[in-house]
Write a protein that binds this ligand. Structure first.
Ligand code: B12
Length: 213
């Protein structure tokens, strides 16, 4: 990680919201691009914390305070990204959610925001969303794209079920499905009949545009 991001990474690890937001403001004022805050600092930091959590070096409260800092940073960065976006360009309609049983939303929120900034009309259904609710929303808004985020192995069957039900629904015959999140891979996506996969938010935008073109 570049030295200029080390102080920000520390604020995430320490769970210090005020210092985290101040550090972000300093970096932005110094010309760092908002997206780089995530790709070059926050994501790698959360990955380290996730590894430490899985070997019991840190515990859930530490993960939770880190996530609180990241949420506060997302709130600071969101209006800046929206301002720089292409809100008037209509690339298509997307429904996005974190799948049933899974409450992780930091990555899903990044994808949702970047898609909006890049001209998609996005219906963000939040977290822990059942296959049935996702399909009902997709039908209601006549979605071109359904975006499924999942970080938990135990929730992967619900991602699979959502894809299966959508592919069997004649009313959703034209809708494409894009998947992502920790346990998801390109291979998983093609094995489970998804139309596309991406491993980060900009990749999701690129793949989404390709799928609805
Ligand atoms: C932060 C975090 C939390 C926070 C979540 C806060 C929040 N609001 O999201 C809190 C503390 C609440 C939490 C809770 C839990 N967590 Co947690 N958590 C994490 C952690 C450290 C980081 C996740 C994250 O935000 N990463 C940063 C974002 C930006 O990355 P991302 O989500 O991968 O998203 C990017 C890409 O994947 C992609 N993407 C994401 N979605 C989509 C969708 C589409 C369509 C596309 C194309 C792309 C795409 O683009 C994003 C942006 O670049 C991970 C470890 C890790 N390495 O992932 C564990 C991790 C996911 N958690 C884990 C666990 C076990 C839990 C708990 C069960 C712990 C517990 N005992 O209670 C609970 C889950 C409760 C539940 N039912 O969901 C495990 C999951 C293991 C597994 N694979 O099954 C992990 C992997 C940690 C570990 N190594 O053990 N967690």
């Amino acid at each position: 990680m570049d030295d200029k991001f080390l102080a920000l990474a520390d604020t995430v690890k320490e769970g210090d919201i005020d210092k985290g937001v101040a550090e972000v403001e300093k970096l932005l004022a110094g010309g760092v691009k908002p997206v780089a805050l995530f790709t070059e600092c926050i994501e790698p930091t959360l990955n380290i914390l996730g590894q430490q959590f899985s070997v019991l070096e840190i515990f859930l409260p530490e993960l939770m305070i880190a996530a609180d800092v990241v949420n506060a940073i997302q709130e600071v960065v969101e209006p800046i990204l929206r301002e720089s976006g292409e809100a008037n360009i209509s690339k298509g309609t997307a429904v996005i959610a974190t799948v049933y049983g899974d409450l992780h939303d930091i990555g899903k929120n990044m994808v949702s925001l970047m898609m909006q900034v890049n001209g998609f009309k996005v219906y963000d259904m939040g977290v822990d969303v059942s296959p049935q609710a996702l399909l009902a929303k997709s039908e209601e808004v006549d979605a071109d794209l359904l975006c499924l985020s999942g970080l938990m192995m135990p929730s992967m069957p619900f991602m699979r079920e959502t894809i299966e039900l959508a592919k069997a629904n004649p009313k959703l015959a034209d809708m494409k499905i894009m998947v992502g999140g920790g346990p998801v891979t390109d291979q998983w996506a093609s094995d489970n009949n998804a139309d596309g996969y991406a491993d980060d938010a900009m990749g999701a935008v690129k793949k989404g545009i390709e799928l609805v073109a």
